[in-house]
Design a protein around this ligand. Structure first.
Ligand code: G3H
Length: 282
């Protein structure tokens, strides 16, 4: 029952200082140097069929996921569901409908809210070349600056122009966006696999980034082969893992696709093996 997940009023107002080092916080997301993160923060931006019961989803995919990206509302109501996982608090709202100016991102929370919910990371959007680039870039800088005081690592989700702008996700633009995020001080850079990019193209991007790079999935591909191949290519190129949301929780079988993605990321499974695994019982 969702109501079981509500904190009491006292718990909701209890700020728990994060006493872990920045590195320990960062490592909460990684297993053997790789990570499978499930973002479930999309409710601030797009319709979310598949996320009606996030509590059940968290339980279902738990064995295959190392960390979650959540908004404050859910983080406050998850109780101990996220225990043992990396918890990344989304600190901006990226609903373009709120800004009315295309690529939106408004900083709404910071590291104090992250501490309140026991988060081990925070995440903001960075939209180089986007309409609100100036404010969004400054928001990211402010978040990074604040994070240095409390040692909570920052994952910057860096996407040329904005969310869902795949025609702008060229090798050149993704390369710039990734490097920009790293230069600004991101601990981890999350981005899209470049449109029409080869493994070598992405490898050059990852190699020229001095912090781990993880890839997102975008809108549902509707094709397991395409999704698993993209992830396999990203890992071959040296990515540190994935933060794939809609292609998991809007998949007809979220547990199965999460298990197959984890097999590629953590066990180096080939695409064909991961596809076969989709058919295995649990
Ligand atoms: O935090 C949410 C990510 O932007 C999106 O993840 P996704 O594109 O894999 O659904």
């Amino acid at each position: 029952m969702q109501s079981d997940r509500r904190f009491t009023s006292a718990e909701m107002h209890a700020t728990v200082p994060n006493s872990m080092s920045r590195q320990d916080n960062l490592e909460s997301f990684f297993r053997d140097g790789k990570t499978v993160i499930l973002p479930i923060d999309h409710g601030v931006a797009v319709p979310v069929p598949g996320l009606e019961n996030p509590f059940q989803l968290i339980e279902d995919v738990n064995p295959y996921v190392d960390g979650f990206v959540v908004n404050l509302g859910l983080a406050l109501r998850c109780g101990d569901l996220l225990t043992g996982k990396g918890i990344c608090l989304r600190t901006d709202v990226y609903n373009t409908r709120l800004t009315g100016k295309g690529a939106g991102s408004i900083n709404v929370y910071g590291c104090s809210e992250a501490e309140m919910v026991g988060a081990t990371g925070v995440m903001n959007m960075l939209f180089p070349g986007g309409e609100n680039e100036e404010a969004i870039t400054q928001n990211c800088a402010d978040l990074i600056s604040e994070s240095l005081d409390v040692d909570i690592p920052v994952i910057l989700e860096t996407l040329p122009v904005g969310l869902g702008q795949s025609k702008h996700y060229t090798v050149e633009n993704i390369g710039f966006a990734v490097r920009l995020a790293a230069e600004m001080g991101a601990d981890v850079v999350k981005t899209a696999y470049p449109t029409n990019g080869t493994v070598d193209d992405f490898k050059a991007i990852v190699d020229s980034c001095f912090v781990p790079v993880i890839v997102l999935g975008g809108a549902p591909m509707g094709n397991d082969l395409d999704l698993l191949s993209m992830v396999s290519d990203a890992m071959k190129a040296g990515a540190a893992g994935i933060a794939i949301g809609r292609n998991v929780w809007q998949h007809p079988n979220p547990m199965a696709i999460a298990r197959s993605l984890s097999a590629i990321v953590h066990e180096g499974a080939k695409v064909e093996e991961a596809l076969m695994l989709m058919k295995e019982p649990f």
